[in-house]
Design a binder for this molecule. Sequence first.
Ligand SMILES: Nc1ncnc2c1ncn2[C@@H]1O[C@H](COP(=O)(O)OP(=O)(O)OP(=O)(O)O)[C@@H](O)[C@H]1O
Length: 940
Amino acid sequence: MDDDVENVWMTGLPDKYKARPNRPEFENMCMAEFASEYRIVYAGQTKRKNVLPLQNKLGHIQKRTRGKPAVIRFARFSEKKDPEKFYGTLLKLYLPYRTDRQLKCTKFPTYQTFYALASVKLPGSDEVQRVYNIVSKNREKYEKHNEDIERAIEDFEKNGPIEDAWTTLAPTNELIRLESIMEREPIDPNEVNEQDDIPEYTASSSVSNTAMPLMEAAKLSTAQIRKMYQSLNQTQASIFYAVRDWCKRCISGEKPEQFLYFLNGGAGVGKSHVVKSIYAEASKILRRLPCMQENTDISKATVLLAAFTGTAAFNISGKTLHCLLKLPRSLKPPYQGLGNSLDEIRADLSNAHILIIDEISMVSKQLFAYVNWRLQQIKGNHKPFGGLSVLCVGDFYQLPPLGRAKPLCVYEEHVLDFWKDHFQMITLTQIMRQREDLAYAELLNRLRIKQKHEKLTDADKCMLEAVIRSGPEECPSDALHIYATNKEVDNHNTAVISSRFSEIITVYANDYKKDPRTGEMKRQGVPLKGDKRDLVDTLQIAIGVRVMLIRNIDVEDGLVNGTFGKVAKITTLSRDGVPFVHLIGLHLDDVNAGQKHRNKAPGDDNIVYIERLEEPLKRKGTIRRQFPMKLAFACTIHKVQGMTTDSAVVSLKHIFEPGMAYVALSRTTTLSGLHIIDFNENKIFCDPEIRTSLESMPKADFCDFQPILHLLQDSNLNSAIKIIHHNTEGLQCHMDDLKCHHELLLADILCLTESHLSGLCVPEYLQLDGYTMYMRNRHSSYTNYAYLANKNGGGVAVYVKKIFQARPMMYIQNVTDLEYLVLKLEAPKQALIAVIYRPPSYRLSDFLLNLNGLLTSLEILNIKPVIVCGDFNEDQLSHCNKPIMNLFYDKGYTQLISTGTTENNTLLDPVFINTTHSNVRAGVLQTYYSYHDPVYCILE
Ligand SMILES: Nc1ncnc2c1ncn2[C@@H]1O[C@H](COP(=O)(O)OP(=O)(O)OP(=O)(O)O)[C@@H](O)[C@H]1O
């Protein structure tokens, strides 16, 4: 290159290789050869390139290797092509100390390495002596132990490596290693040891390289899951059904567009509750995806549950985002792709279709961008988030991301944005945490959006005054104290332990520092001064003290940064006669947490044992071994986001961020459980940008998933007749589900098939308030077909609102061998409503005959409209012949349902009407407890 060329900087070997000279000998050269043979020479050096004398070269090399041993490897291409000549020349040069045998190699087989440029010319014969002198000198200098080494090599070649060479080579280190192994408990390969970047915690220097354990389904029993579904309020149910519907469309092969939803709502509105429900249901449905059928490893999750902090992740039985997507500690652009672990994570997430991120308010824009890029890389798809559907959940009025970064929802020009224009919002408004104390719940809603200089209303002030205390002495001492800063927390904890406990044990950190001379890690007599994010240098504990874990020891097992408990046992051992604390046993507040960490010592099975963690201190070259916990009579507000408690003392003194006061004040289930100290209403404030950002966010439209509720907002429909049919797949076991459904009980006439009931009278538990029930069991429905009568299942039932005048027609002349019920509606309007069930095994020709009989009888009654609903086990969406539908058409009926009514997207549950009624609305409702969805029809 010319001297004045500036563009000389190349970042690495591939660049240098790419820019290799455009000469024939380089053309077919591989990078490895290029790397071993060539070095870039700059400016002045290039001028002498053809005649660099060997002694110069040697001197140069010696300088470069800083006097370390080096061996010459000559690579002159012209000579290489004629090896005999080449080695002949070399032989002359090195005869005094090289044997023929050794020279038969392309590389000199010694223990030192030296590369000369290909352009080096072999010295002429007059230079031989000079080179010889130099080489002899070097040899004296570097090959002092040559004989020993030769012997060792021979020995090695003959006998192989010494088995425990490390012991001989570095005895002290080996001793330390063995001691460490003895001290260490067996490691569970499933444990994930990764940490969060949240305030006051150490961020480990590298990403955890522990193999990613498989996602497990939420550890809830079927009964618990069912209870959760039943408890969903109306808005919670709408998003639940929206996601459920999306999953159903996936399994029916429809390939629906990815959804990107944001589930918004204040503290305690039940966001996490919905997440758990969605996770359970979506995982169940997506298990039927074709890829899951083909894939032998069905343990790979279809729905990924993640959160920013370990506490939030455990709360929803998920993982931290960092751990799930193997994100690096530093999220600074440019994006660092996954290297070797890409295949592994790709396999792990191969079935993933939905990602749920809880506590989204704490996710920074950078982290969110990383999640997007990572998923794009993993899925090999350029769609946002690699084509995965994403449900973000959280409350932007709660804690913002660290470092005062703006929350995701606040758009900033020139800052990476994957939120705006992508996500649609749904807001939960009904507070569930404080549902027993509605006044408090409403107060919290107002505090959530209070601006900094906005004044509280007199009524709100009055409510709060009832719980404002002049100081901690007026508050229950055993309640959790919540402060804004670590300093306040530490002061409180120290004061409590020294005033209330006597047998206090001080656990010092075991600190190690590298000896600069020997490189050995030396145990320090007293703990080193650590950073505030390091594990504590001295931990004061006693039986009964409250503590909190400060590291994510095992997220899946609930041992996370922010897990609370009480010290129940302190196990000591002794080394050289000096006792030391070996394990600390805790009774955790969450009895489900720490299942894997029990039984490490004899005694109480409920004790969860925690051992020391080893971590590098912030100061280089130092290591600390300490229990990852601290006292927790008090904790910071950052630790309580997501927590529900009966009683808490909240100090507002040092609040420094928007949303902090709101998070702290919204933890207790009732106002009486809250005690406020250092009250200052100006400390309760939100980020004003959040309100405007949320107001401008597109809203998700879930009307289709609860259509009757939506339609009834139109007051004209209040007097319309609402008829619903549902194949319940067993009424007895689904009675609670039916009662909790938000739309089924809006029906005036609720027709049910497959009630699976026997007997003739309606038992008490099947009664619904405000309804009269009629039923017909399968056994009494057939006279001529024993093969059907003797089978279990089947049966039909109808619930009619008591305000209606209706007459059941259980037996109609000439109508036999049908599972049916007909209801003659007399007031306020006239109509005939029939519900029919046709078992799949019912021979079609026989069924058509009997159905025809029924339809003819209904015709004779001359009442209009006639509405016939039921499960006919004939797919109305199928392209095959549909004899049942044809019969109805022949009789002048119209079918009202146009979309699938089952999980497989078949239309087995049609609704037929015999008039061309212009004001009929009909469609499909959602449920979770049957293979069939209910269908409705509203007659104005
Ligand atoms: N539909 C519901 N029925 C009964 N209980 C509910 C319901 N939804 C939520 N809860 C209960 O209310 C409390 C708060 O719910 P959850 O933790 O899901 O709220 P959140 O919106 O995630 O709160 P935060 O924003 O503070 O984390 C929990 O005890 C939860 O079990």
